[in-house]
Ligand binder design. Structure first.
Ligand SMILES: Nc1ncnc2c1ncn2[C@@H]1O[C@H](COP(=O)(O)OP(=O)(O)O)[C@@H](O)[C@H]1O
Ligand SMILES: [Mg+2]
Length: 320
Protein backbone atom coordinates (compact mmCIF):
# COMPACT_ATOMS: atom_id res chain seq x y z
CA UNK A 1 0.00 0.00 0.00
CA UNK A 2 2.81 2.35 0.92
CA UNK A 3 4.38 2.01 -2.48
CA UNK A 4 1.12 2.45 -4.32
CA UNK A 5 1.48 5.28 -6.80
CA UNK A 6 -0.84 8.17 -7.12
CA UNK A 7 -1.15 7.11 -10.72
CA UNK A 8 -3.28 4.09 -9.80
CA UNK A 9 -5.71 6.39 -8.04
CA UNK A 10 -5.74 8.92 -10.84
CA UNK A 11 -6.81 6.32 -13.33
CA UNK A 12 -10.00 5.93 -11.31
CA UNK A 13 -11.86 8.94 -12.72
CA UNK A 14 -14.99 9.20 -10.53
CA UNK A 15 -15.71 12.52 -8.76
CA UNK A 16 -15.23 10.89 -5.42
CA UNK A 17 -11.87 9.50 -6.45
CA UNK A 18 -10.88 12.85 -7.95
CA UNK A 19 -11.64 14.53 -4.67
CA UNK A 20 -9.77 11.92 -2.71
CA UNK A 21 -6.77 12.42 -4.95
CA UNK A 22 -6.56 16.16 -4.50
CA UNK A 23 -3.39 17.08 -2.72
CA UNK A 24 -3.98 19.15 0.38
CA UNK A 25 -1.52 21.16 2.38
CA UNK A 26 -0.35 19.52 5.56
CA UNK A 27 2.31 21.96 6.66
CA UNK A 28 4.95 24.28 5.31
CA UNK A 29 8.24 25.88 6.22
CA UNK A 30 10.64 28.37 4.67
CA UNK A 31 11.88 25.81 2.14
CA UNK A 32 8.93 23.67 1.16
CA UNK A 33 5.31 22.62 1.53
CA UNK A 34 4.13 19.14 2.43
CA UNK A 35 0.92 17.82 0.82
CA UNK A 36 -1.19 14.74 1.45
CA UNK A 37 -4.16 12.98 -0.10
CA UNK A 38 -6.65 10.81 1.72
CA UNK A 39 -6.16 8.19 -1.01
CA UNK A 40 -2.61 7.12 -0.21
CA UNK A 41 -0.45 6.97 2.92
CA UNK A 42 2.33 9.03 1.40
CA UNK A 43 3.03 12.74 1.49
CA UNK A 44 4.79 14.99 -1.03
CA UNK A 45 7.34 17.62 -0.06
CA UNK A 46 7.65 20.25 -2.75
CA UNK A 47 10.25 23.02 -2.59
CA UNK A 48 8.90 26.53 -3.09
CA UNK A 49 11.48 27.48 -5.73
CA UNK A 50 12.54 25.53 -8.80
CA UNK A 51 16.20 26.48 -8.27
CA UNK A 52 16.10 24.64 -4.94
CA UNK A 53 15.29 21.29 -6.59
CA UNK A 54 18.93 20.08 -6.26
CA UNK A 55 18.72 20.80 -2.51
CA UNK A 56 15.54 18.74 -2.30
CA UNK A 57 17.32 15.94 -4.18
CA UNK A 58 20.04 16.14 -1.53
CA UNK A 59 17.37 16.02 1.18
CA UNK A 60 16.10 12.83 -0.40
CA UNK A 61 19.60 11.32 -0.34
CA UNK A 62 19.96 12.21 3.36
CA UNK A 63 16.47 10.90 4.16
CA UNK A 64 17.45 7.52 2.68
CA UNK A 65 20.64 7.31 4.76
CA UNK A 66 18.92 8.50 7.95
CA UNK A 67 15.97 6.16 7.52
CA UNK A 68 18.30 3.21 7.03
CA UNK A 69 20.43 4.10 10.07
CA UNK A 70 17.46 4.64 12.39
CA UNK A 71 15.52 1.58 11.33
CA UNK A 72 18.53 -0.73 11.46
CA UNK A 73 19.53 0.51 14.91
CA UNK A 74 15.96 0.04 16.15
CA UNK A 75 15.60 3.60 17.36
CA UNK A 76 12.30 4.51 19.01
CA UNK A 77 12.43 7.75 17.02
CA UNK A 78 11.98 6.98 13.34
CA UNK A 79 12.13 9.05 10.17
CA UNK A 80 9.54 8.81 7.39
CA UNK A 81 10.25 6.11 4.79
CA UNK A 82 11.70 7.61 1.59
CA UNK A 83 9.66 6.66 -1.50
CA UNK A 84 10.68 8.65 -4.57
CA UNK A 85 12.14 11.87 -5.92
CA UNK A 86 10.91 13.70 -9.03
CA UNK A 87 12.75 16.56 -10.62
CA UNK A 88 10.98 19.53 -12.21
CA UNK A 89 11.69 18.08 -15.68
CA UNK A 90 10.16 14.67 -14.93
CA UNK A 91 7.38 14.97 -17.52
CA UNK A 92 5.76 11.66 -16.77
CA UNK A 93 5.30 12.60 -13.10
CA UNK A 94 4.20 16.18 -13.72
CA UNK A 95 1.71 15.26 -16.43
CA UNK A 96 0.11 12.90 -13.94
CA UNK A 97 -0.03 15.07 -10.83
CA UNK A 98 -0.22 18.67 -12.05
CA UNK A 99 -3.94 18.95 -11.50
CA UNK A 100 -3.77 17.32 -8.13
CA UNK A 101 -1.82 20.18 -6.56
CA UNK A 102 -3.81 23.19 -5.42
CA UNK A 103 -3.29 26.11 -7.82
CA UNK A 104 -0.98 27.84 -5.33
CA UNK A 105 1.44 24.91 -5.57
CA UNK A 106 1.08 23.68 -9.15
CA UNK A 107 4.27 25.15 -10.65
CA UNK A 108 6.93 22.57 -11.48
CA UNK A 109 9.68 22.19 -8.89
CA UNK A 110 11.35 19.17 -7.32
CA UNK A 111 9.08 16.87 -5.29
CA UNK A 112 9.95 14.06 -2.92
CA UNK A 113 7.53 11.50 -1.60
CA UNK A 114 7.79 9.77 1.77
CA UNK A 115 5.54 8.05 4.26
CA UNK A 116 3.31 10.25 6.35
CA UNK A 117 3.74 11.12 10.00
CA UNK A 118 0.24 10.60 11.35
CA UNK A 119 -1.15 12.85 14.07
CA UNK A 120 -1.16 12.11 17.78
CA UNK A 121 -3.82 9.64 18.95
CA UNK A 122 -7.01 11.49 19.84
CA UNK A 123 -6.90 10.73 23.59
CA UNK A 124 -3.44 12.31 23.78
CA UNK A 125 -4.53 15.28 21.72
CA UNK A 126 -7.49 15.83 24.04
CA UNK A 127 -5.23 15.62 27.06
CA UNK A 128 -2.81 18.13 25.56
CA UNK A 129 -5.66 20.56 24.95
CA UNK A 130 -7.09 20.04 28.45
CA UNK A 131 -3.74 20.72 30.02
CA UNK A 132 -2.42 23.62 27.98
CA UNK A 133 -5.25 25.41 26.20
CA UNK A 134 -5.88 28.73 28.01
CA UNK A 135 -9.14 28.92 30.03
CA UNK A 136 -10.73 31.60 27.88
CA UNK A 137 -10.31 29.46 24.74
CA UNK A 138 -11.68 26.29 26.31
CA UNK A 139 -15.08 26.74 24.63
CA UNK A 140 -13.32 26.17 21.29
CA UNK A 141 -11.89 22.87 22.49
CA UNK A 142 -14.08 20.67 20.32
CA UNK A 143 -13.06 22.44 17.13
CA UNK A 144 -9.38 22.54 18.11
CA UNK A 145 -9.57 18.80 18.70
CA UNK A 146 -11.15 18.13 15.31
CA UNK A 147 -9.19 20.42 13.04
CA UNK A 148 -5.55 20.67 12.08
CA UNK A 149 -2.44 18.58 11.76
CA UNK A 150 -1.92 17.35 15.32
CA UNK A 151 1.82 16.95 15.62
CA UNK A 152 3.59 18.69 18.51
CA UNK A 153 7.29 19.48 18.90
CA UNK A 154 9.44 17.76 21.50
CA UNK A 155 11.67 20.57 22.74
CA UNK A 156 13.35 19.03 25.78
CA UNK A 157 16.12 21.67 25.78
CA UNK A 158 13.86 24.72 25.60
CA UNK A 159 13.50 26.89 28.71
CA UNK A 160 10.12 26.49 30.42
CA UNK A 161 7.70 29.32 29.55
CA UNK A 162 7.21 31.99 32.17
CA UNK A 163 3.41 32.04 32.35
CA UNK A 164 3.33 35.16 34.50
CA UNK A 165 5.10 37.15 31.79
CA UNK A 166 3.44 35.65 28.72
CA UNK A 167 1.03 37.80 26.71
CA UNK A 168 -2.57 36.48 26.58
CA UNK A 169 -3.05 33.96 23.78
CA UNK A 170 -5.64 34.60 21.11
CA UNK A 171 -5.58 31.15 19.59
CA UNK A 172 -4.39 27.67 20.45
CA UNK A 173 -3.39 24.74 18.32
CA UNK A 174 -1.68 21.41 18.84
CA UNK A 175 0.24 21.76 15.54
CA UNK A 176 3.87 22.48 16.42
CA UNK A 177 2.89 22.99 20.06
CA UNK A 178 6.17 23.29 22.01
CA UNK A 179 6.40 20.43 24.50
CA UNK A 180 9.13 21.53 26.89
CA UNK A 181 10.38 19.01 29.42
CA UNK A 182 7.81 19.89 32.09
CA UNK A 183 4.94 19.99 29.64
CA UNK A 184 5.98 16.65 28.12
CA UNK A 185 6.12 15.10 31.59
CA UNK A 186 2.69 16.48 32.48
CA UNK A 187 1.40 14.85 29.31
CA UNK A 188 2.78 11.53 30.52
CA UNK A 189 5.86 11.26 28.31
CA UNK A 190 8.86 9.48 29.78
CA UNK A 191 11.47 12.18 29.16
CA UNK A 192 14.35 10.02 30.40
CA UNK A 193 13.54 7.38 27.78
CA UNK A 194 13.05 10.07 25.16
CA UNK A 195 16.41 11.74 25.96
CA UNK A 196 18.11 8.38 25.64
CA UNK A 197 16.55 7.76 22.24
CA UNK A 198 17.46 11.31 21.18
CA UNK A 199 21.09 10.61 22.12
CA UNK A 200 21.10 7.31 20.22
CA UNK A 201 19.43 8.98 17.27
CA UNK A 202 21.98 11.81 17.06
CA UNK A 203 24.82 9.27 17.23
CA UNK A 204 23.28 7.34 14.32
CA UNK A 205 22.83 10.52 12.31
CA UNK A 206 26.42 11.66 12.93
CA UNK A 207 28.28 8.38 12.71
CA UNK A 208 26.23 6.05 10.48
CA UNK A 209 24.28 8.38 8.18
CA UNK A 210 27.18 10.85 8.54
CA UNK A 211 25.52 14.22 8.61
CA UNK A 212 25.36 17.12 11.06
CA UNK A 213 21.57 16.86 11.77
CA UNK A 214 21.17 20.56 11.04
CA UNK A 215 17.68 22.06 11.37
CA UNK A 216 15.91 18.77 11.95
CA UNK A 217 12.55 18.64 13.76
CA UNK A 218 11.53 16.07 16.36
CA UNK A 219 7.77 15.77 16.54
CA UNK A 220 5.17 13.74 18.41
CA UNK A 221 2.68 11.90 16.23
CA UNK A 222 1.30 8.36 16.07
CA UNK A 223 3.14 5.06 15.74
CA UNK A 224 1.35 4.00 12.57
CA UNK A 225 2.42 4.20 8.94
CA UNK A 226 -0.86 3.80 7.11
CA UNK A 227 -4.56 4.60 7.48
CA UNK A 228 -5.22 0.86 7.45
CA UNK A 229 -3.82 0.59 10.95
CA UNK A 230 -5.35 3.92 11.95
CA UNK A 231 -7.81 2.61 14.50
CA UNK A 232 -5.93 -0.45 15.55
CA UNK A 233 -2.57 0.35 17.02
CA UNK A 234 -2.47 4.07 17.56
CA UNK A 235 0.01 5.01 20.19
CA UNK A 236 2.19 8.08 20.49
CA UNK A 237 5.57 8.02 18.75
CA UNK A 238 8.36 10.53 18.19
CA UNK A 239 9.48 11.17 14.62
CA UNK A 240 12.35 13.08 13.08
CA UNK A 241 11.67 15.07 9.91
CA UNK A 242 13.00 17.90 7.73
CA UNK A 243 16.48 17.30 6.33
CA UNK A 244 16.97 20.01 3.72
CA UNK A 245 19.66 21.84 5.72
CA UNK A 246 21.55 18.72 6.73
CA UNK A 247 25.23 18.76 5.70
CA UNK A 248 27.57 15.81 5.14
CA UNK A 249 29.89 15.00 8.03
CA UNK A 250 33.23 13.65 6.72
CA UNK A 251 33.89 11.52 9.81
CA UNK A 252 37.05 13.35 10.82
CA UNK A 253 38.10 15.34 13.87
CA UNK A 254 38.34 18.53 11.76
CA UNK A 255 34.58 18.56 11.33
CA UNK A 256 33.56 18.10 14.97
CA UNK A 257 33.04 21.87 15.05
CA UNK A 258 30.46 21.48 12.25
CA UNK A 259 28.48 19.09 14.44
CA UNK A 260 28.67 21.45 17.43
CA UNK A 261 27.64 24.40 15.30
CA UNK A 262 24.60 22.51 13.97
CA UNK A 263 23.60 21.49 17.51
CA UNK A 264 23.39 25.13 18.60
CA UNK A 265 21.83 26.34 15.36
CA UNK A 266 18.92 23.91 15.87
CA UNK A 267 15.82 24.54 17.91
CA UNK A 268 16.39 23.08 21.38
CA UNK A 269 14.95 19.60 20.83
CA UNK A 270 17.87 17.98 22.65
CA UNK A 271 18.61 18.71 26.33
CA UNK A 272 21.17 21.54 26.69
CA UNK A 273 24.73 20.35 27.31
CA UNK A 274 24.97 21.20 31.00
CA UNK A 275 26.47 18.41 33.07
CA UNK A 276 24.36 19.40 36.10
CA UNK A 277 21.24 18.40 34.14
CA UNK A 278 20.23 14.76 34.64
CA UNK A 279 18.38 14.66 31.34
CA UNK A 280 21.45 15.86 29.47
CA UNK A 281 23.59 13.18 31.13
CA UNK A 282 21.18 10.48 29.97
CA UNK A 283 21.34 11.96 26.46
CA UNK A 284 25.15 12.18 26.41
CA UNK A 285 25.68 8.67 27.85
CA UNK A 286 23.30 7.17 25.29
CA UNK A 287 25.07 9.10 22.51
CA UNK A 288 28.49 7.72 23.52
CA UNK A 289 27.19 4.17 24.03
CA UNK A 290 25.64 4.20 20.58
CA UNK A 291 28.87 5.55 19.02
CA UNK A 292 30.73 2.72 20.72
CA UNK A 293 28.36 0.19 19.17
CA UNK A 294 29.02 1.71 15.75
CA UNK A 295 32.80 1.31 16.01
CA UNK A 296 36.08 2.47 17.46
CA UNK A 297 36.46 5.55 15.22
CA UNK A 298 32.87 6.55 15.92
CA UNK A 299 33.51 6.20 19.66
CA UNK A 300 36.54 8.50 19.51
CA UNK A 301 34.80 11.11 17.39
CA UNK A 302 31.68 10.87 19.52
CA UNK A 303 33.63 11.52 22.70
CA UNK A 304 35.28 14.54 21.06
CA UNK A 305 31.88 15.86 20.04
CA UNK A 306 30.53 15.62 23.59
CA UNK A 307 33.61 17.34 25.05
CA UNK A 308 33.40 20.16 22.47
CA UNK A 309 29.63 20.50 22.98
CA UNK A 310 29.92 20.89 26.75
CA UNK A 311 32.78 23.38 26.37
CA UNK A 312 30.73 25.47 23.95
CA UNK A 313 27.69 25.42 26.26
CA UNK A 314 29.86 26.52 29.21
CA UNK A 315 31.33 29.34 27.10
CA UNK A 316 27.86 30.53 26.12
CA UNK A 317 26.61 30.38 29.71
CA UNK A 318 29.59 32.42 30.89
CA UNK A 319 29.03 35.09 28.22
CA UNK A 320 25.45 35.64 29.35
N1 LIG B 1 6.39 13.03 6.48
C1 LIG B 1 5.58 13.96 6.97
N2 LIG B 1 4.34 13.64 7.41
C2 LIG B 1 3.51 14.57 7.92
N3 LIG B 1 3.81 15.88 8.04
C3 LIG B 1 5.03 16.28 7.61
C4 LIG B 1 5.98 15.35 7.06
N4 LIG B 1 7.09 16.05 6.73
C5 LIG B 1 6.84 17.32 7.06
N5 LIG B 1 5.60 17.47 7.59
C6 LIG B 1 4.96 18.73 8.04
O1 LIG B 1 5.19 19.75 7.08
C7 LIG B 1 5.91 20.83 7.67
C8 LIG B 1 6.88 21.38 6.65
O2 LIG B 1 7.84 20.39 6.28
P1 LIG B 1 9.37 20.66 6.49
O3 LIG B 1 10.12 19.46 6.00
O4 LIG B 1 9.62 21.10 7.90
O5 LIG B 1 9.60 21.91 5.49
P2 LIG B 1 10.75 23.03 5.52
O6 LIG B 1 11.97 22.36 4.95
O7 LIG B 1 10.24 24.15 4.66
O8 LIG B 1 10.95 23.43 6.97
C9 LIG B 1 6.57 20.26 8.93
O9 LIG B 1 6.78 21.21 9.91
C10 LIG B 1 5.55 19.21 9.35
O10 LIG B 1 4.54 19.79 10.12
MG1 LIG C 1 10.70 22.69 8.85
Amino acid sequence: MLQQSLHEHLSNGSDEAQNENKLRKLGSGTFGTVYFTTATPQVYKKCHRIENSPILAEEYRHLKAIHKALSESGNLIQSPTPLDFHDSNDDEFWDEVKLMFPSSGSTRTGVLSMSRVYPMPSALRARLIDLFCPEDLQDRKASILRRGHHVARLLLGRAEPDNARAAPQRFFRTYNFPLTRMRAEKLGIDTIELSKEMGRMLAQMHMTARNDARDIEIVLGANITSTRTYNKYREPRAWVIDFNQVKDFNFTEEQISLLVDAFFANEAYFPRARTADDLYNVFADAYIDECQKIGEDARKLGKQFIVALEAEQARRDKDK
